[in-house]
Design a protein around this ligand. Structure first.
Ligand code: 6CS
Ligand code: FE
Length: 265
């Protein structure tokens, strides 16, 4: 991996990843996710009070193309270069953020969920986000506060803030009415000190970001969907011992991911 990629990730908590998927591969994923989002199954989550799909989880477990995606050498090489150990797939999700109706993701840190709800010991995982649609200022881009991955868990019950430990319902971990958030006032203060950055770009753009990086995204009021696929790879040695949330949120197969022979999807 380029030294600059590793340095930027270490400094900022995120880094753009060049040349991950071709247009044809992104097209294949869009087609699969479109088909999966019509299915009525627990992994397909809807916006509150609506039939609009908000997210689909664990697709690698029931879709062959998604299972191949997680095994692509280009992705595993990135994850293992950043984590420096063998990895398994911790979580697969697609946040659809539908046109007009796609709702926000309040400020939060992903590790808050994996640590407090699943028992993940350390933030020794990495998110790889892949844009399935073009993302611009209008359709609810993912926004991060660079550098906040250095701050540990914020708004956590360990330091007595108002955030409480898990109430046990995983639906409050994937809805717009999110648990384990970073309070908006704290996010605003951090943004003043550290700045903010919006991930925008064409379909196929890929970004790696740290489990403790503070991030959010707004409602999508535009006429353009903003679907984004997230793979979370975790160090095999960092696997939670007794996760209780559904398997489609917390993979129980913690064996190192075996690469597919081909280099393309
Ligand atoms: O609960 C979880 O695992 C998921 N929820 C959020 C808001 N981010 C982390 C993760 O994808
Ligand atoms: Fe998140």
């Amino acid at each position: 991996m380029e030294r600059a990629v590793r340095m930027n990730y270490g400094r900022d908590g995120w880094v753009a990843l060049p040349d991950v998927l071709s247009d044809a591969e992104v097209g294949k994923l869009r087609e699969r996710i479109g088909a999966l989002s019509t299915q009525r199954r627990p992994e397909v989550v809807h916006e509150a009070g609506s039939s609009t799909v908000r997210a689909i989880h664990g697709c690698h477990a029931f879709d062959e193309v998604c299972d191949r995606l997680i095994r692509l050498p280009v992705l595993l090489d990135i994850a293992e270069a950043l984590l420096r150990e063998p990895v398994y797939l911790y979580q697969f999700k697609v946040n659809i953020k539908a046109a007009v109706e796609g709702k926000a993701w309040p400020w939060h840190q992903d590790f808050a969920f994996w640590h407090r709800e699943d028992g993940m010991a350390a933030p020794d995982a990495v998110n790889i986000a892949i844009f399935l649609d073009e993302v611009d200022e209008r359709n609810g881009p993912l926004e991060v506060i660079p550098g906040t991955h250095h701050l540990g868990l914020l708004g956590s019950d360990e330091n007595g803030s108002e955030n409480t430990a898990g109430k046990g319902d995983w639906r409050s971990h994937v809805s717009a009415d999110l648990e384990h958030t970073v309070p908006a006032e704290l996010a605003a203060t951090l943004a003043q000190d550290w700045g903010k950055h919006k991930f925008t770009g064409p379909a196929g753009t890929a970004v790696a970001f740290h489990p403790n990086l503070v991030h959010s995204s707004s409602n999508n009021r535009s006429a353009h969907r903003r679907s984004m696929l997230f793979l979370t790879y975790n160090k095999v040695t960092n696997a939670p011992l007794n996760p209780t949330r559904p398997e489609f949120l917390v993979n129980r197969d913690t064996r190192p991911v075996v690469r597919v022979a081909e280099s393309r999807l």
